[in-house]
Write a protein of this length. Structure first.
Length: 129
């Protein structure tokens, strides 16, 4: 059975603030996600991170434990954790382009208070784009 976990957190230091830091995160994450048969997309915006991850329960739990120990972010909150019938994310590690425009479509200006429902809508908008 597949599951989807969506979490939000706050970036620490330069995490997600530069093209280089994003490229490093995406590279390592893509390799790990391929190994663990996970698909994912991540959004960086104004010091906040939003990520949706899909895969098997055991692999997702292992990743969440690693994320909780990851010093690049803090305040990790799970916004959604549910079984799914099919994946909505196709790539091992995708980056949401133009996060400000996606947030603006929902009338949000920051990821700091995004809800699980809003995160699912962002995922739908991204998929439709």
């Amino acid at each position: 059975m597949l599951h989807r976990v969506i979490y939000a957190s706050e970036a620490v230091g330069a995490t997600g603030a530069s093209t280089l830091s994003i490229a490093q995160i995406l590279g390592v994450s893509e390799r790990n996600n391929r190994r663990d048969h996970l698909t994912s997309c991540v959004m960086f915006h104004q010091g906040h991170i939003l990520q949706a991850i899909e895969g098997g329960r055991t692999d997702l739990d292992r990743l969440i434990r690693r994320l909780l120990d990851d010093p690049r972010h803090t305040g990790l909150r799970i916004l959604g954790d549910a079984p799914i019938n099919a994946r909505r994310i196709d790539e091992p590690m995708g980056l949401c382009a133009d996060p400000a425009a996606l947030l603006d479509r929902l009338g949000l200006n920051c990821l700091s208070r995004v809800t699980g429902v809003e995160a699912e809508v962002l995922l739908d908008i991204r998929k439709a784009a």
